[in-house]
Design a protein around this ligand. Structure first.
Ligand code: ADP
Ligand code: MG
Length: 355
């Protein structure tokens, strides 16, 4: 089932504009991630697709049909909430089978369906337990099983992994991706975790203040963030975003003089973006590098994040570089961060202008 949102706006009583004339098209069978900071409108968007929220204006279509006026029960969607919303007084079977009971599926058939889905999610041993007797990861699988059992045409997930600890979250993520691939059901997955969005989805939409800033495949979002907001939000380490200026065929950025790609607006202020993974450290001075003093070393496991302080004329400027294990510079020494050719992102008035 495709999902199309047109001009979707939601203004809550009290004035919060959670969605602001938003347009979005999600393809059949797509695993689509909605990514954005807390409060940007992700949950409101998901609830609007589910029919749990009435938009102030705009339309929601599922499978080409306008469902804006349909109640949740007639939309053929299943939503998994952040807190799982399991019924504490029902056992696992009854929780999984609950939507089927609402649909008046006979008891024997719904228990058989629950048992089948439970088997798929490794819950067969736990069917008689209540939610209070399950771990967080098990509760999450019950919530998933309940969503799958009614064979919806669309899955809506609202930060379903955020209550799991880091290790379990990674396992659940892989599991979810495999399951979605097997079932092929159109899925909208909401998260504030950029790593989760990039790892799971076919496409990612980055949201900011009720609007969508960029939609694209994970590699595109990662390598060509359309705005400095997206650039600062994506990546396991924060992107260096350094103020600079175009001067003919050169860029003056944080004490470095770098070759300017052709076509930049001469004399204008720009922001030079480079990921810490795409810069190298030099112990010797270079003109095409950001000078600084090694201020902080953070162990990332197989590499180290090095923060240089005081690059260029602006003494407060910080530049970060990821260096391979064993190549860390001593703290307090002078170092130069050399951006790799071809890796720079150049922003003008907040918009990406190169590449
Ligand atoms: P997210 O899920 O991205 O954190 P939400 O969709 O929950 O964001 O909220 C978006 C904005 O709408 C926030 O400013 C929030 O305070 C506001 N909001 C959400 N739900 C309600 C509500 N029921 N009543 C009033 N304001 C709300
Ligand atoms: Mg939310």
């Amino acid at each position: 089932m495709t999902i199309s949102l047109h001009g979707l706006t939601k203004v809550f009583p009290g004035g919060a504009r959670a969605l602001d004339s938003l347009d979005l098209d999600i393809g059949e069978g797509e695993f689509f991630a909605l990514l954005g900071p807390s409060g940007c409108g992700k949950t409101t968007l998901l609830r609007s697709i589910a029919g749990l929220e009435t938009p102030s204006s705009g339309t929601v279509s599922i499978g080409g049909a306008d469902v804006t006026a349909l109640p949740p029960g007639r939309r053929d969607v299943a939503m998994v909430f952040q807190d799982y919303a399991l019924f504490p007084h029902m056992d696992v079977t009854a929780n999984i089978a609950y939507p089927l009971r609402i649909q008046k599926v006979p008891r024997s058939r719904r228990e058989a369906a629950a048992a089948e889905v439970a088997g798929r999610l490794s819950l067969s041993e736990l069917l008689r337990r209540r939610p209070g007797q399950l771990s967080g990861g098990q509760q999450q699988r019950v919530a998933l099983a309940r969503a799958i059992a009614c064979r919806p045409k669309v899955f809506l997930f609202d930060e379903p992994l955020s209550n799991l600890d880091a290790r379990l979250r990674l396992e659940a993520r892989t599991f979810l991706k495999r399951l979605q691939g097997e079932l092929g059901v159109t899925t909208v997955f909401v998260t504030h975790d950029q790593g989760e969005a990039l790892a799971l989805a076919h496409r990612v939409a980055v949201m900011d203040a009720g609007r969508i800033t960029q939609v694209g495949a994970p590699a595109e979002i990662f390598h060509r963030p359309a705005t400095t907001f997206v650039a600062s939000f994506i990546g396991s380490t924060p992107m260096n975003l350094l103020p600079g200026k175009v001067a003919g065929d050169a860029l003056h950025v944080a004490g470095a003089v770098l070759p300017a790609p052709p076509g930049l607006p001469d004399g204008e202020e720009i922001v030079y973006g480079v990921r810490p993974e795409y810069a190298d450290l030099s112990a010797a001075p270079r003109d095409d590098a950001f000078p600084g003093t090694v201020a902080v070393l953070e162990n990332l496991g197989t590499s180290t994040l090095v923060t240089l302080e005081g690059g260029g004329d602006d003494g407060d400027l910080l530049v970060q570089v990821v260096v391979p294990e064993g190549e860390e510079p001593p703290a307090g020494t002078a170092a130069w961060a050399v951006p790799r050719p071809g890796r720079a992102l150049i922003y003008h008035g907040d918009r990406l202008i190169h590449p």
